[in-house]
Design a protein. Structure first.
Length: 286
């Protein structure tokens, strides 16, 4: 249903305010949501005297959107407010990088071509600066090559435009849940001569660093946490991609091939084995 001119004016004022860090609508939405959860002061009347009880404040997840498409950014911002997130919108890639370094958001959504820096350049600079918050890249079309380029640049996920709202929100939930901080003892994984640091997202083999894309790292981490276990393609798809993937049917095979190429560089022995008609297993060559 098309919005009235008054609704459009209000939405545009909210987007403008969000770029300056002062969004009155976000405060209203967030406060209303917090009140429902009991995080605001609530007055309880006892006889003729009122008493105030204070509950613990709720910390909202913070999402930064970097996109030069104002109408798209406005729509995403309003939808995510309604889902209970704190949202900042920035239309410039360089300003977006500075905001990410300053505020450390929980998740980043990057358009394909924001001002001054492309979405691919934003992803690459984030990873080069050791910033590992999950990134969702919005691609212009459903091109397999665009998705692969995005993942190789460091994006955790790629969503093509236009998309279905429910799927978009589900992918945000999946990426945030995968990024939950784990106990300290689980941050270092070792399999054979491979060492993986889940906190710094670094990988070494035989003491030599191996640079992986975000999705290659997620795949290797999942396999290392299930060392010497046969993993079906369905298990890998669900736990690494985090949703019912609708893209290329051979995406797992593609990323297994990427991992093997990097892990087996300089004549290293194969450690990712194929289990015919089932899936894959991480183990030494028998």
């Amino acid at each position: 249903m098309p919005r009235s001119s008054a609704q459009t004016d209000v939405a545009h004022r909210n987007i403008k305010n969000s770029c300056n860090g002062t969004n009155p609508k976000s405060k209203r939405v967030n406060n209303n949501r917090i009140k429902k959860t009991g995080a605001q002061h609530q007055k309880v009347v006892s006889g003729a005297q009122g008493h105030w009880h204070t509950a613990q404040p709720v910390k909202l997840r913070h999402i930064i959107i970097i996109s030069s498409k104002i109408e798209l950014a406005e729509t995403l911002q309003i939808e995510l407010y309604q889902e209970g997130y704190q949202v900042s919108v920035i239309h410039d890639g360089l300003r977006g990088l500075l905001a990410i370094q300053r505020t450390a958001p929980d998740l980043i959504i990057v358009g394909w071509s924001p001002a001054r820096l492309s979405g691919l350049e934003v992803c690459d600079r984030l990873r080069s600066n050791n910033i590992h918050e999950p990134v969702i890249l919005l691609t212009q079309n459903d091109s397999v090559q665009d998705r692969i380029s995005g993942l190789e640049a460091g994006a955790n996920d790629c969503i093509s435009l236009p998309f279905i709202k429910e799927e978009f929100v589900a992918r945000i939930h999946a990426n945030l849940s995968q990024n939950q901080r784990r106990p300290e003892q689980d941050t270092i994984l070792r399999c054979d001569d491979i060492l993986l640091n889940a906190q710094t997202r670094e990988v070494f083999r035989g003491g030599n660093p191996i640079r992986l894309t975000a999705k290659e790292f997620d795949l290797l981490e999942y396999m290392m946490t299930h060392y010497f276990q046969v993993l079906t393609r369905a298990q890998i798809l669900e736990n690494v991609w985090g949703y019912d993937y609708l893209g290329s049917s051979n995406i797992i095979e593609v990323y297994i091939r990427y991992l093997r190429r990097k892990l087996e560089n300089n004549g290293k022995k194969r450690i990712i084995q194929t289990v015919r008609s089932v899936g894959y297993i991480l183990r030494e060559t028998m």
